[in-house]
Ligand binder design. Structure first.
Ligand SMILES: *Cc1c(COP(=O)(O)O)cnc(C)c1O
Length: 225
């Protein structure tokens, strides 16, 4: 990616995020995570050069390859994909800033066990399947608060920092909005328990997600096109 294109893509997203967050409140700060899963280390580097600092991957192996290639840049790495059990140790070794996709109590317990064995901690978000789509990972909204509390109580090596959702996969804005609000309501209930991040919104729906209370957006295709 040329520098001009990196500037253009990033400016466009930053401007839109800024407008969307100001519509919520002057004090509503939104963090942009650039999801680089379909992009090269060179493209990541181009976006870094124009100011983007946080990047996310959805495969442990890709995270490892890109982290190693971009070792000299102080990038903040996020993990947003489905975590297979046999990749847990690899992810721990990569030391991500935030893992967005803790999608079951079982995975949390497994991750916690392996963190304990390595004497490490990991900051995570509980993924909620607010769209009730079978293709999507995440806990059922009905059980989310109970599971959130259970992880806080029983997984001492996990620093639970909030919730994450992928918006409903439809052009019907009302349906997408409803899925975001479901997650936001759960987020509000866990804020007293220390939750900081409500990670929702991708290229196609981040403005709506921010309007619904998201404070962390995960943008891939519109930044790297
Ligand atoms: C790919 C991905 C994104 C970014 O999606 P775009 O539509 O390309 O912006 C966000 N979150 C997750 C979990 C992803 O896998």
């Amino acid at each position: 990616m040329q520098k001009e294109l990196a500037v253009k893509n990033l400016d466009k997203i930053v401007t839109k995020v800024e407008a969307a967050r100001l519509r919520v409140s002057q004090h509503h700060i939104v963090k942009i995570i650039a999801i680089s899963k379909y992009s090269t280390a060179e493209d990541i580097s181009a976006l870094y050069e124009v100011g983007q600092r946080a990047f996310g991957e959805n495969k442990v192996q890709d995270l490892k390859t890109k982290e190693e290639k971009l070792d000299e840049l102080p990038i903040e790495w996020h993990f947003v994909g489905r975590l297979q059990k046999n990749k847990i140790n690899n992810l721990i070794d990569l030391n991500p800033t935030l893992m967005h996709s803790l999608d079951s109590l079982e995975l949390a317990e497994e991750l916690n066990k392996k963190l304990e064995a390595k004497n490490k901690k990991m900051s995570c978000l509980l993924q909620i399947n607010s769209a009730y789509e079978e293709s999507k990972a995440g806990v059922d909204p009905k059980n989310a608060i109970e599971i959130y509390k259970e992880i806080l109580n029983s997984c001492k090596n996990i620093r639970l920092k909030g919730v994450m959702s992928i918006g409903a996969h439809t052009d019907d804005k009302e349906v997408v909005k409803k899925s975001f609000l479901t997650t936001k309501n759960i987020f509000d209930e866990v804020v007293p328990l220390g939750a900081k991040y409500c990670s929702m919104g991708m290229s196609s729906d981040f403005e709506l997600a921010i309007a619904c209370g998201s404070n962390m957006v995960r943008i891939g295709s519109s930044l790297f096109k």
